[in-house]
Ligand binder design. Sequence first.
Ligand code: SFD
Ligand code: AMP
Length: 622
Amino acid sequence: MANFQTVEVNSDVLILGGGMAACGAAVEAAYWAKKNNLKVVLVDKAAMDRSGAVAMGLSAINQYVGVKDGQNTIHNYVDYVRNDLMGITREDLVANIARHVDSSVHLFEKWGLPIWKDEKGAYVHEGRWQLMINGESYKVIVSEAAKNAIGAENVYERVFIVDPLVEGDRCVGAVGFSTRENKFYVFKAKAVIAAMGGAVHVFKPRSAGEGLGRSWYPPFNSGASAYFTIKAGAEMTCQEVRFIPVRFKDAYGPVGAWFLLFKSRATNGQGENYMETRKSELENWKPYGQVKPVPANLRNWLMMLDVKDGKGPILMRTEEAIANLSKAVPDEKERKKKLRELESEAWEDFLDMTISQAILWAAQNIAPEEKPSEIAACEPYFIGSHSGASGAWVSGPEDIAPKEYFWGYANMCTVKGLFAAGDASGASSHKFSSGSHAEGRICAKAAVKYAVENPTMPNIDNAKIEALRTTILAPVDMFEQFKKASSDPDINPNYMKPKMFMFRLQKIMDEYAGGVSTAFTTSKPLLERGLELLAFLKEDSTKLAAESLHELMRCWENVHRMWQAEAHIRTILFREETRWPGYYFRADFPAMKDDWKVFANCKWDPKTGNWEMMKRNILSIY
Ligand code: SFD
Ligand code: AMP
């Protein structure tokens, strides 16, 4: 048996993850915990200062409603999100985040984040909802505030959370292991907040070989939130709503600043703008095809149609956009100054959040003012906080949620004591970094209330913890037992290393669940075959082997991905229509149907191991 020390940590509120939502949760929980004399603990698999999606920094804050500035109303934001998600959204959740998000942004500024200002001192907008920032150190700033709030001694970094602890109908903690020391951790708590981000590398990425780790979504987010909530028995929502961003090709640089701030066009290899030449296609996706802005998945779809017709490569016309913006300045000296400003803003956009794209520009001799750059649709990701929607089905806030959407505590899952925020909570897209922070705060306030109102900790069965320990550390034993059976540690008749396991998962998803190589298209027979192959993979997961602590983490990351994959396939299969054609296309149900204007939810039963699929009504609050 693997020689690991068991460490037990007790708290009242346990925050899992150290990203934007978790940092928001920490700040808010600390405030309410102090009033109630409670202990808050946070656990991150990485170093919080640079963990999660914001690790590299960001160049924009994508959700700022600007209510006080009189720019927009909460209703406007809800309309935007509902339309972008083709009608499938929890308006109560979106409105709740929207009414709190501006205060998170003001906190970021107070903590030292530079937000661009114009000559009059007003925020510089990228688009209607987005603010430009000098965001290279965004995460460091937000994480420092979180650590200061709960105390560094309550932050456990480089501890990988694997499974939930559930007693009866209540989540009472989590178990995991250190990625640096031989320690198995048992965290017991009265309330647990899942905020471990979304998932990448479930699908085969476009880049293989030396580019494998490069993807739009950060490789460290590997489905822990979805796995955790599913395994706890929580109902999940929108598991079919993956996100496929369009990005600068191969290094995944963001396009938002180009489309919105620089007013750039994207054209195909023949110089045509697919948003114009394919406009009539939008008629097929009424009423959402007619709204402004055109929903993200439909923008993708028009581009994909050009690619299918062999009209690539698709190009972001950076040279044209820069020329247009500088041309508008009449004075020649000023015009030259403007040109230099635009050039440096273009580079900074990448240097702030996707450094590798700047490196690729340099490597390929691309000067954005001289020549366009290729853009492409990425492989699918699971990110409920951006323009996807997958996550746990959570309670809305008491004051605005319809009765059916409220069960006691805001952002509590259908399992008692378990809360979710950011990418971990579903059907509330377009929260981005700022909205995830705000949702973390909403969630933490409710979690503290839950801990105060449910002060008795259920007794946790030790045998259950021991069984989890044995399963979680099994890959270490597997390697030790069989390592001598071959001369190469990666190739062995008795076990499988996590990388090979991941390749197998990605191949299944790519070929059967609508990945890049099948042009995001799938159908019932393909999905059913995918499920069959996933079942074999699940069986083989007991043969995973880990040569080091790092590989032990890789093993469990891939198990987490596999569960996310299963929830995804099952839900695509359940929804017999195509609603987001630029995210995935059901070839056997190629159109949108009115009777599918519902949430497709699912739940795994920890007692029986069966999945239940269900429809939930969409209830509007406006
Ligand atoms: O332009 C475990 N996002 C952007 N948001 C913006 O506001 N502006 C932008 O400019 C953004 N851009 C962007 C964005 C995302 C990505 C990937 C890129 C560019 C390249 C979106 C936001 O980043 C996103 O909405 C939030 O970060 C979501 O917050 P949250 O908390 O749900 O996820 P997280 O921040 O990734 O944190 C996850 C944490 O969980 C930890 N973790 N801990 C313990 N055990 C485990 N098993 C764990 N698994 C994961 C992670 O370490 C991390 O701390 S633009 O392109 O859109
Ligand atoms: P991105 O860089 O693609 O993540 O975009 C940043 C923000 O701009 C997100 O809020 C996007 O939804 C939005 N956005 C990006 N491209 C467009 C576009 N062509 N039209 C409208 N909004 C966009």
